[in-house]
Each structure stands twice: as structure tokens, then as C-alpha cells.
Design a protein around this ligand. Structure first.
Ligand code: SAT
Ligand code: MN
Length: 642
């Protein structure tokens, strides 16, 4: 029986055309949010083109010159208080706070629903509610999950269209009895009432008062990484032997790329925090002595997969179909393939997914021809006759202005344009993950690259990966960031540690794990290592170590290469031999304090955060193996620094 609602006949008849098993939910949401109309996103491009045109007419989108980045390329400005993820307002709602763990904000599901029901009541008045199908993972991947996001934001729909396989959504949804549901409203964009909430048991997420990427694009972090992460945890816990098929076993905050070394091909996953080079390493070009090696892009943010039967290795896919990249620093030097993708869009991609959507750069108007400019692009600030420039706040500025592009200004673009996109990108089996790089951002302590002596040691170091703040989230402080996944592990971090410790039991040939840090600084605060294209030199050293060609040196933080193992000839910026020697080993002073810092951190994981624990979930005991590794680390540091 159809529940009693006050919905208009037009809305009722739209809802009636949806697959039967989702009608009640959409009806209930529409009844609460009270949109003027409901529109089903078909997955076809013509509808998205109409929405883009409407956004242009309303002034929300500025159409950019086709000669610069091709057709259907737009520029938008966000609200000035809505420029990044808000971890403080990201909540995991479970009956038991232990299930959310000490790092997540936690709420009782019923209480949070009560609070949200009030905020969502009437939030879509005067607006359209779009019913958006999406698929995480390539649509024909064995790990593909389709879901539905309801949203009142046409901007979010256009972004999702470039990122989340909407074209395939309904086809997969038809076959899926249980489907994940996300309800999003940009509401009033009120900072005070902004919530990004997850109800794992219901496979349901509700997010309100933001229109920004990680807060509003459900299939990305909210469902794709957090909720699928919980499924992957449960599946892997169920799994009793390597050849058992349990579905998706692993979801991580990792870029994915391959390097062809001529005689062999190696696939790398790179878990770096937001704004620490995932996109760069997946879309860069090896230079100097590595120039003969080709880099293939597979993904830049999230991977998912499982152990392959009879093979014993992890096979993974990029779970997304597009990129949501930071533009500041985007250049031919940093990520050439991304720049190529912007300059040379493929006609079939322009006609379907569309062109890039830029948000919060500098808008450049050259006699009516519009384009964008961003900092550290390698291009001087545009000026001259007929050129007018506006900052991300919409103010007319010149080169001397302090406020130009926003630090976390982003571009959304379909991945199919990337010229070195791997042909296995949509392989339904995924690709084998050979190497996992776990990176942080540490100016003194961590060496350029290191490899633990054992799997458990690698997990311990990864759990204690350190990261200095970036602009990807509001108000960050330096912190430990397990596997660069801290904002996205939607369950107890002790279970996450155990899951990682158990990988070799379920995956007989797990990836080799290396820790990397591109961000060491000298005493004046300057970066010592070139980074970007030079990082492939470091990966070459890793592959040589794996192949047993180079013997690395012991340090308390793992094995590290000797200076002669990394070719520094012809670097763009000069890293001297002396500096290289310095960044290849952990800094002794920093190591001494690291032991106590890590002990504090592990205690926080086990007992709750020392500061800011209010409103968070509850801790539980860490696996003993992590403490054992910590004791061994402590001893090694004592000997090394004696
Ligand atoms: O905001 S997103 O989560 O989409 C990007 C990031 O911070 O990784
Ligand atoms: Mn990310």
C-alpha cells in the first residue's frame, strides 16, 4: 500500500516510474524534503547538457572558451564557507560507539535521524530533487555497486556525471535488491548545521548544507570509501581461506598507476593524504634517467578489490570514473598527463561526460573569451590589454592581489581524457597490486623511502604515518594518519589495524609495502627533494630492492636505500649528494621524540584521544602485534641514537 503523502500528482507519477523496490524510500524523502519537482537522471548526456545550460543561465556556471579546454567546460564559485571537507561534522551513526571507534565522530542513529529530520524538513522547497543512479568501480567489475543519490544540487549532478558512471547506474541497479542510498541537500549552506552522516547498518547516508566534493559527492568518500570500507571489513573478517570468494575485501584511499620497466610491469597503489601528491604520481611523467619508463594512470583517489582465486594477489580497480583534483600546483611539471587531458579532450568524452568543471580558481576574461588561471601553474598571472581577472570570491583583482585562487580549488574531469589511461582501467577483474606506497608529509623525521622488515612492522609504521596539515579539510593540525585513510575509516581503527595485519593470511601474495615521504625540509623550511617526476627515481630504487638487486641499510624505521641507489643526475632543482644522504635516513633527533609520540598515539587509539575526544566513538584494545612492533621499534631507536 502506498503510504499517505502530500506529494503532487506529478511527483507521484515520476516516483511510480522508478524500480519498485526504491519507490517507498524516494517517496518518503520527497515527502520530508518537499521539493517542487522530482527528476530522474537517466544517465544520458542530453539531460546533463540541459542542466549545465540551466546552471549557466542562473549564473552558477560560467562557460569557458572552447578553444582552451574544449566543449562543456565550466567555472563555478563555491560559497566562501564551503571550500573543503569538514571532519568535525562527519559522523558515523552506529548503535555501539565502539563500532565507530575513537577517531570518528559518533552519534546514536535514532538521535541523529531526529536531528536530521528537522534539518531536511522542507529543505528542497522551490527546488528539484534529482534521483541520481551511480556505480562505484567500473560498471562491469565484479565489485561494482550501484546506488542512488538524491540531491537538490544540479551542480552535484553534473559533477557526479563526470565521476561516477551514471550512464550504467540503472542497468546495474535493476539487478541489485539492496542498494545504498544517499540523500543530499545543499540546504542553506549553513556551517553550523552542516552534517555528513553515515548509517552503515541501513546502507544510508544523509548530508546537508554543503555542496563541496567530499561532503556532497556520495559515491566518492561517503559511500565509496567509508561505507564500502565497512563492507570490505566485514567480508574480509568472514573469509577463512585465500581462495574463498567473499566479494570486495579491500577499499583504500589510494591512487593507482602502473610503470612499464621494459622487462616487467609494476602496479603501484599510493596511499597519501589529500593534497600530498596522489594525483601527481598517477598522472606524472618519469623524467631524467627514468624517461624511458612509461607511467600508466589507473586512478587518483580510491581503489577497491579482492584476492584473486588461485593467484593469491590482490586485484584492484579505481572505484571512480573521474578526478576531483586540486588545481593549485597543477602543471606540466607536476602532472603532465592531467594537463594533456585538459588541453586535448577526446570528442567522444566531451559529447558524453562533458568537459572539466573548475571551482574557485581565478576567472580570466580576455575580451569576452573566458578561461581560468591558478597558482603554481607555471604561467604568469594574466595581464594586458583587454584582460580582466576575478578572484575566487568574484572580486576584480590584479597580479598584486593576495587572494587569488582558493587553496583547495578543484577541477572535476572525466578520467577517460587522460592520454596515458591504462587499457586495464576498466578490466572487470582489476589489476594486480604489486606495491603499496604509504606516504605522509613530514618535514624532518621520515626518510624519502623505507621498507619494513616484515609485514607486521609495515602495518605498524603505516598506522603511525605522520602528516602535516593541508587545505583539503578545514582546521587540520599535524597528526598521525593511518594509511592516509584517517578521515575515511568509518569503523574502529583497531579493527582496521587487525584487518591489515591479517592480509597475508587471506592474500598469500600481498603487495610489498614501502613508506615514502617527499616532503623533507631544510632548516630554512625549503623542500629538499624535487618531488613530482623525480619521485619515479625513488620507485625505481624500490623495484630494484624488490628484485634483490640492491641491498638496503637497516634503520629503526625500516630498510633504506644508500645514496648510490638513487640517481640524482640532472634534477630540476638541485638536491646535493649531502642532502640526499640526509633525507635517506630518519633524523636522529626527530626519531627520539617519535618513540614517545607514537606511544602516545597508540595509547590514544586504545583509550581515546587525549584532547577532542568529546562526541567521538569509543576505543578498544589494539592488536598485541602492534604493541610488539612498537616495543621492537623503541629498542632499535635506543640503539641507533645511543
Ligand atoms: O573532498 S574530497 O574528499 O573529495 C578530496 C579529498 O580531500 O581527498
Ligand atoms: Mn582523496
Amino acid at each position: 500500500m502506498t503510504p499517505q503523502t502530500t506529494l503532487s500528482d506529478a511527483i507521484e507519477s515520476t516516483i511510480a516510474s522508478l524500480p519498485q523496490h526504491m519507490q517507498d524510500w524516494v517517496r518518503k524523502e520527497a515527502d520530508l524534503c518537499k521539493p517542487d519537482s522530482v527528476e530522474i537522471i537517466t544517465g544520458k548526456a542530453d539531460q546533463i547538457i540541459r542542466l549545465e545550460n540551466e546552471l549557466e543561465t542562473s549564473g552558477a556556471y560560467t562557460r569557458l572558451d572552447e578553444d582552451v579546454y574544449g566543449k562543456r567546460c565550466f567555472y563555478a564559485r563555491s560559497d566562501k564557507n564551503d571550500v573543503a571537507r569538514v571532519e568535525e561534522r562527519t559522523v558515523i551513526c552506529t548503535e555501539d560507539p565502539v563500532d565507530a571507534g575513537p577517531l570518528n565522530f559518533w552519534a546514536n542513529p535514532e538521535e541523529m535521524h531526529g536531528k536530521l529530520d528537522k534539518l531536511f524538513d522542507g529543505t528542497m522547497k522551490g527546488r528539484t530533487m534529482y534521483v541520481v543512479p551511480f556505480v562505484t568501480n567500473p560498471a562491469d567489475s565484479q565489485f561494482a555497486t550501484a546506488g542512488v543519490q538524491l540531491t537538490d544540487s544540479a551542480n552535484v549532478v553534473c559533477n557526479l556525471y563526470r565521476m561516477s558512471n551514471l550512464q550504467d547506474g540503472w542497468r546495474i541497479l535493476e539487478k541489485q535488491a539492496r542498494f545504498p542510498r544517499i540523500t543530499h541537500s545543499y540546504g542553506t549552506l549553513s556551517k553550523e548545521d552542516r552534517w555528513i552522516t553515515h548509517f552503515p547498518k541501513e546502507l544510508y547516508c544523509r548530508t546537508i548544507n554543503s555542496d563541496y566534493g567530499g561532503n556532497a559527492l556520495g559515491p566518492k568518500k561517503i559511500f565509496g570509501l567509508r561505507l564500502v570500507g565497512i563492507q570490505a571489513l566485514e567480508n574480509s573478517q568472514k573469509k577463512s581461506q585465500p581462495d574463498e570468494d567473499v566479494g570486495i575485501e579491500l577499499v583504500e584511499h589510494m591512487a593507482l598507476f602502473g610503470i612499464d620497466y621494459g622487462d616487467r610491469r609494476v602496479q603501484f597503489g599510493a596511499a597519501f593524504p589529500s593534497m600530498c601528491g596522489k594525483t601527481n604520481i598517477a598522472t606524472g611523467v618519469a623524467e631524467g634517467p627514468m624517461a624511458q619508463y612509461k607511467v600508466f594512470t589507473l586512478g587518483d583517489d580510491i581503489i577497491g578489490g579482492a584476492t584473486k582465486k588461485g593467484d593469491g594477489r590482490l586485484y584492484v580497480n579505481n572505484i571512480e570514473a573521474g578526478m576531483f583534483g586540486v588545481t593549485r600546483g597543477m602543471s606540466d611539471f607536476a602532472n603532465k598527463m592531467l594537463m594533456e587531458a585538459l588541453r586535448n579532450p577526446k570528442p567522444e568524452v566531451q559529447d558524453c561526460e562533458g568537459g572539466p568543471i573548475f571551482t574557485n580558481q581565478v576567472l580570466v576574461d580576455n575580451n569576452g573569451s573566458k578561461r581560468v588561471w591558478w597558482s603554481e601553474s607555471g604561467e604568469d598571472f594574466p595581464q594586458g590589454d583587454g584582460i580582466t581577472t576575478y578572484n575566487w570570491l568574484g572580486e576584480q583583482i590584479d597580479a598584486s592581489a593576495e587572494e587569488k585562487d582558493q587553496k583547495n580549488a578543484r577541477v572535476t574531469m572525466p578520467i577517460r581524457n587522460v592520454p596515458n589511461l591504462d587499457s586495464d582501467y576498466s578490466n572487470s577483474d582489476g589489476v594486480p597490486l604489486d606495491v603499496a606506497l604509504i606516504g605522509g608529509r613530514s618535514s624532518k623525521l621520515h626518510p624519502l623511502i623505507s621498507r619494513a622488515r616484515s609485514w607486521n612492522e609495515a602495518v605498524y609504521h603505516a598506522l603511525c604515518q605522520f602528516s602535516e596539515p593541508t587545505a583539503a579539510a578545514v582546521g587540520q593540525k599535524p597528526r598521525y594518519d593511518p594509511m592516509a585513510n584517517r578521515p575515511f575509516i568509518a569503523f574502529n581503527v583497531s579493527d582496521y589495524a587487525q584487518k591489515w595485519l591479517d592480509i597475508p593470511k587471506k592474500t598469500p601474495k600481498p603487495p610489498a609495502v614501502f613508506s615514502v615521504n617527499w616532503f623533507r625540509r631544510d632548516d630554512d623550511g625549503n623542500f629538499i627533494w624535487d618531488g613530482f617526476g623525480a619521485n619515479y627515481r625513488v620507485l625505481d630504487a624500490a623495484v630494484r630492492q624488490l628484485d634483490g638487486k640492491d641491498a638496503w641499510l637497516e634503520t629503526p624505521i625500516g630498510l633504506v636505500p644508500k645514496p648510490e641507489h638513487i640517481d640524482i643526475s640532472g634534477l630540476k632543482y638541485t638536491t646535493t649528494n649531502e642532502q640526499l644522504a640526509e633525507i635517506l635516513v630518519p633524523n636522529k633527533e626527530a626519531l627520539k621524540s617519535e618513540v614517545a609520540n607514537r606511544e602516545g598515539w597508540l595509547n590514544e587509539l586504545e583509550n581515546g584521544l587525549e584532547t577532542g575526544s568529546e562526541g567521538r566513538g569509543a576505543p578498544k584494545k589494539l592488536p598485541q602485534a602492534i604493541w610488539d612492533e612498537h616495543e621492537a621499534f623503541k629498542k632499535r631507536v635506543e640503539e641507533y641514537t645511543a
